[in-house]
Design a protein around this ligand. Structure first.
Ligand code: PRP
Length: 217
């Protein structure tokens, strides 16, 4: 049987995902010593890890070249979900928020507002929910710059500790959604390799609960 292939989001979620796999008793030495290698066998070789950018994790899972993926709910909300979302992994917790310059009322006045975001679809959906027309400008990173430079009235972005906003004279105006890392599964893989995938997800869930109990102590 070929290995189950799981795409992991590089960067912020990587450490917590590897810690979870190790908690499940899966040896991840190859990931720790990966160098520039991108496909890494872990454990006894029954699982292969692929490290990718968040949006690419979704692309690989949707196309079925990876059976599973670990990706943030932010990326799922932005890209849609033509896959199963089976488990909230509990880490990578943060929030989507509408933020803008301190002491400035975003909703004041009648002129059309401009909002910058790395997540234009999430932003549009948020304002459609309010039946409010806004101009959305896509920014690739450090979105906080947009209102500082006068490009936008506000941003919709991820807030974790809140320090990026604070250090730049911005504040949360409104909560948009809660975010955390999710386990996603390709639709065909879920049919063809149901037992293996369900057992892996169950082991993950047990390890998450175990970690939660240890943290409570
Ligand atoms: C994210 C987000 C904020 C920051 C929030 O950016 O876009 O800029 O983290 O974190 P905080 O509330 O703890 O300050 P990221 O570091 O992923 O980089 P990017 O801005 O280049 O996309």
């Amino acid at each position: 049987m070929k290995p189950l292939r799981i795409a992991l989001t590089k960067g912020r979620l990587e450490k917590d995902t590897v810690a979870l796999l190790e908690k499940m008793g899966i040896d991840c030495t190859s990931v720790h010593h990966k160098g520039r290698q991108l496909i890494l066998p872990i454990g006894d070789g029954q699982i292969e890890v692929v490290l990718a950018k968040a949006a690419d994790v979704i692309t690989y899972v949707e196309h079925g070249v990876c059976d599973l993926g670990v990706v943030g709910k932010d990326t799922i909300m932005e890209n849609g979900s033509r896959f199963y979302e089976v488990l909230d992994l509990g880490f990578g917790r943060c929030r989507f928020a509408l933020a803008g310059p301190k002491d400035q009322d975003f909703y004041q006045g009648f002129s059309e507002k401009t909002v910058a975001s790395k997540y234009p679809n999430v932003t549009r959906a948020f304002f459609e929910g309010k039946a409010m027309d806004v101009k959305v400008i896509k920014i690739e990173g450090s979105v906080e710059l947009a209102p500082l430079l006068g490009l936008s009235d506000a941003i919709v972005d991820i807030v974790e500790t809140g320090s990026t906003l604070k250090e730049n004279g911005l504040e949360v105006k409104e909560f948009v959604a809660d975010i955390s890392a999710r386990l996603i599964v390709n639709i065909a893989s879920m049919k063809l390799r149901k037992k293996e995938i369900e057992s892996l997800a169950a082991r993950m869930e047990a390890a998450i609960k175990e970690t939660g109990k240890e943290e409570e102590k």
